[in-house]
Design a protein around this ligand. Structure first.
Ligand code: FAD
Length: 423
């Protein structure tokens, strides 16, 4: 049995929440520090300032949740997913006719699953809340850390009656182990860099993204969920445009969350007319059929209302320092979303980290009198060594898959290869 330690988790996104669950399950005293207020509070601004995003959940992420020691978690998560068995490519033939072409992901019919990131995150927080050894600290922003003295400092935002009355104060927290899961712009990583010789690479690719919605069909109140979808619910829909693309992922209310990915120059071009007059003709030309699914007024409104966000790819190494800190998820390896693996890889980080921590803790128990900090230090070093090559590989695959999704799926050579693979 692993020794009780104080674990603080920075960031209550999907990865930090799952990491907190693993730590709490092994009996550690867990404190979760999150910059924003509680995600489950309707007044909390969601990440990226939009409703939420739909993600592709795959075996990598499911397996990590399966090992979290909470059978109800996986039951609930699977119940809120929609299987996507392949891509559906949308296009227009030379004669002007619209077509759809299904491309299954797997010859055995296995699927990836569409899930709402916010819903998954809330479920993890609900389970954590029911555990006696877990404490939440929302509206706490990590501002400093000393990884030799195992101390961290947080700025606490306290709500006054109005925005102007908001006060901040600083608190000091000590810990045995800090798990940094505070996303792509990680403050934990920033402080970790002062303690270790970290190699670090950050790339903004020339693509921005913006969200749109395809609304569900208007149906009778007792209609089935499946009858609400206006296009196949069991596919990830792609309108490839070679230099840009539009995708749609099903949601469990019959709608689709859609994303335009395009170079910054194209966004600037579409923004150049404030009336939005360039938007519908652009969609008609490059994403045939979309204006029949999203009325042009909604397209224009979403384009103006929703943020236009950049895409970042980050690689770094090592992920830890001594026995006191390790970074996970986007904090360690933010990647572009085209392989659908950012969150999945982050959840897998958690499973692998705790496998290694538990292995070293068991060895520590066998060696009477061994120092738990030294077993943690060995575990964290092994974690970096094992995880870094895989995380870098997934980052590279994600970058390559942008070309596949927006262009290669259209090429005759690609189709021939797929045909031969499946024959
Ligand atoms: P985050 O979700 O970023 O959470 C970090 C948390 O830390 C936040 O709650 C933040 O408020 C908090 N925080 C930040 N700074 C501090 C601080 N100083 N102190 C305290 N707390 C702090 N992944 C997939 O697996 N499949 C997909 O299909 C997929 N599609 C995507 C589509 C798009 C358009 C995008 C942008 C991403 C997609 N991803 C996908 C990636 C996925 O969203 C991320 O990999 C995942 O959210 C990372 O989780 P995380 O918990 O590591 O970080």
């Amino acid at each position: 049995m692993a020794k009780k330690q104080k674990v603080i988790v920075v960031g209550a996104g999907p990865v930090g929440s799952l990491a907190a669950l693993y730590a709490a399950n092994r009996g550690d005293n867990v404190e979760i520090y999150e910059l924003r207020s509680d995600l489950r509070d309707p007044s909390t601004t969601p990440l990226n300032f939009t409703k939420s995003i739909n993600l592709a959940l795959s075996e990598r992420g499911i397996n990590a949740m399966r090992h979290a020691g909470q059978p109800k978690l996986i039951e609930h998560v699977m119940g809120a997913t929609i299987p996507m068995r392949g891509r559906m490519i949308h296009g227009r033939r030379a004669n002007g006719e619209l077509y759809e072409e299904g491309q299954d992901y797997d010859v055995h019919g296995r699927s990836i699953l569409a899930i709402d990131r916010g819903g998954l995150n809330k479920r993890l927080l609900d389970i954590l809340e029911s555990m006696p050894n877990v404490k939440f600290f929302f509206s706490h922003k990590l501002t400093g850390a000393n990884f030799k003295k195992n101390k961290a400092w947080f700025e606490v935002r306290e709500n006054g009656p109005s925005k102007e009355d908001q006060q901040t104060r600083e608190v000091e927290v000590d810990f045995d182990l800090m798990l940094g899961a505070d996303g792509a712009h990680s403050a934990v990583r920033y402080h970790l860099m002062k303690y270790t010789h970290m190699d670090y690479q950050q790339v903004y690719i020339d693509a921005m993204w913006c969200e749109f919605q395809i609304q569900p069909k208007k149906t009778a109140p007792d209609a089935s969920l499946m009858s609400k979808f206006v296009i196949s619910p069991n596919h990830l829909h792609i309108w490839p445009g070679r230099e840009f693309m539009f995708i749609a992922i099903p949601s469990d209310d019959g709608s689709f969350t859609c994303t335009l990915f395009a170079p910054g120059s194209l966004f600037s071009h579409l923004e150049s007319d404030p009336t939005g007059s360039l938007i519908a003709p652009f969609f008609d030309k490059h994403f045939p059929g979309v204006t029949a699914l999203i009325p042009p007024t909604d397209l224009i409104a979403s384009f103006h209302r929703n943020p236009h966000l950049p895409l970042i790819s980050i690689k770094c190494s090592p992920y830890h320092f001594g026995s006191s800190v390790v970074i996970l998820g986007d904090a360690a390896h933010a990647m572009v979303p085209f392989y659908g693996q950012g969150m999945n890889a982050g959840l897998e980080d958690v499973r692998i980290l705790f496998d290694v921590l538990d292995k070293h803790a068991r060895m520590d128990e066998l060696a009477a009198g061994a120092d738990p900090a030294s077993s943690r230090a060995h575990a964290l070093a092994e974690y970096t060594a094992v995880r870094q090559p895989d995380a870098h590989a997934i980052n590279d695959l994600a970058l390559q898959n942008y070309v596949e999704m927006r262009a290669s799926v259209l090429s005759p050579a690609y189709r021939l290869r797929k045909f031969l693979e499946e024959a």
